[in-house]
Design a protein around this ligand. Structure first.
Ligand code: GLY
Length: 444
């Protein structure tokens, strides 16, 4: 067998994407002594822009010839893909070469996220625990099915819907409305051509991200995300209002079950279909009384989970990603800070509905000044851009990921909240209760 290609130094990196996840990845890539040029496809983000070199023109990923030529001309060694949409379109298959590694799964493997019906089929074949569900191609059949149900259900568009295609329903009547929205009104476009109607399970939600190199799996410490807009987990779902890592909600025995009964069987089932999985495999899980069940698979780093994960990562991120791409993650020892990291997301007024852009942001330096030798505040930018007067303005619904690293969850959350209190923009909103499912457990 050919020896794996060693990690180059300097290593020129193309980072695709421009949100909080990508700022956290760029922040960590920048710390690598191996980094050559860090090229950015989305340099609007004010803080990300300071960490790399903008690609000379807006990248047109549909122009396959141009993309390949550009990577060749600029001697790109490693491509790091943030968002799922390009993975689903086959960016890895396009740009991967003998000398260039692209971090992420192939188009076929990315179907685990881009086609929830496919993911369900793989899980069934591999006996991976997940809620009972049925796939429908026609609204009428789904509605007939719902007439015979009276339990809480979840209706999911099977395609990519920017994290919005999942409707959690208390009653079959609500599920009827969801079917209408997705399949008849086509609220999520083609993503809703097929749906899954799934049994609704309860418990604690958990995000487990694993690096998979085709053969070996390296499971990162578990995180917990908080998707709802309101404190106490109320109101509509968002892209994520905060996440912390590690979470004490799972013990080593449960993590071993997640590895043995979920991650490895899924990768093996793909392999039996001739599909090799490389990149991050992110399992969105529910810890039910009957054990962990898969709510969804994602084939990229989570957002905001990546922000606390990168805050804690001590190893060289370029080496970690390279080892994943070259099939050597099994020989790698990834090191994390023992402390807990908590990311609290600050959003623009109105989010997750329509929101304003262009409002000036102040206080970021004051927030980061709360750092000392025992604790650290890092303000990751999700939706910002440079203002005309040299300041920074809002440019998205999720504006900042205020991430604190401290001795334990309580200290990290308190520090993140204190840092948010120092940051100001009109209508700024954040949840003060990130981590409360551990810090203030209730029956919810
Ligand atoms: N944290 C949710 C996601 O990344 O999809």
């Amino acid at each position: 067998m050919a020896r794996p290609r060693p990690c180059p130094s300097p290593c020129n990196v193309l980072l695709i994407g421009g949100g909080g996840r990508e700022h956290a990845l760029a922040w960590k890539l920048r710390q690598s002594p191996r980094l050559g040029t860090l090229w950015l496809t989305d340099p609007d983000n004010a803080a990300l822009a300071r960490l790399g070199t903008p690609c000379p023109q807006k990248m047109d990923f549909t122009d396959r010839f141009h993309m390949k030529r550009w990577c060749e001309k600029n001697d790109i060694h490693l491509v790091v893909v943030g968002p799922e949409a390009l993975l689903a379109k086959g960016i890895v298959d396009l740009l991967q070469s003998d000398t260039r590694m692209v971090f992420g799964p192939s188009q076929d493997a990315a179907r685990l996220e881009s086609d929830k019906a496919f993911a369900k089929q793989i899980m069934r074949q591999a006996a991976v625990p997940s809620p009972e569900g049925r796939v429908f191609d026609r609204a009428e059949s789904a509605q007939v099915y719902l007439e015979s149900r009276d339990e809480p259900l979840v209706v999911k568009a099977t395609g990519l819907a920017a994290g919005k295609g999942v409707v959690v329903c208390d009653t079959a009547a609500e599920a009827m409305v969801a079917v209408d929205r997705i399949m008849v009104q086509r609220e999520f476009g083609d993503a809703g051509d097929r749906i899954i109607i799934e049994q609704r399970v309860t418990g604690q939600e958990l995000s487990v991200l694993a690096l998979v190199d085709g053969r070996n799996v390296w499971i990162l410490d578990p995180c917990q995300d908080h998707k709802q807009i309101g404190e106490g987990d109320t109101g509509p779902n968002t892209g994520g209002m905060g996440a912390y890592c590690p979470t004490p909600l799972v013990d080593d025995a449960t993590m071993a079950i997640i590895e043995r009964e979920i991650l490895i069987p899924t990768i093996d089932a793909l392999r039996r279909q001739g599909i090799e999985y490389k990149g991050v495999l992110y399992a969105g899980l529910m810890l039910t009384l009957g054990g962990p069940k898969v709510l969804e698979f994602n084939c990229r780093f989570g957002d905001p989970e990546t922000q606390p994960l990168m805050a804690r990562l001590k190893s060289d991120l370029i080496e970690v990603l390279w080892a994943t791409c070259t099939g050597t993650i099994g020989e790698f020892e990834i090191e994390f800070d023992e402390r807990t990291a908590c990311c609290v997301v600050m959003t623009a007024a109105g989010y997750p509905g329509p929101y304003a852009k262009g409002d000036p942001i102040t206080g970021i330096e004051d927030a980061e000044a709360l750092s000392d030798e025992s604790k650290q505040v890092i303000v990751f930018h999700a939706g910002t851009k440079a203002g005309t007067d040299g300041g920074i303005v809002t440019n998205g619904g999720r504006v900042l990921g205020v991430t604190a690293l401290a001795a334990d969850l309580q200290a990290a959350r308190d520090l993140a909240n204190a840092a948010c209190d120092r940051i100001h923009f009109p209508g700024a909103y954040f949840r003060r209760d990130i981590g409360d499912r551990v810090l203030q457990p209730t029956d919810r």
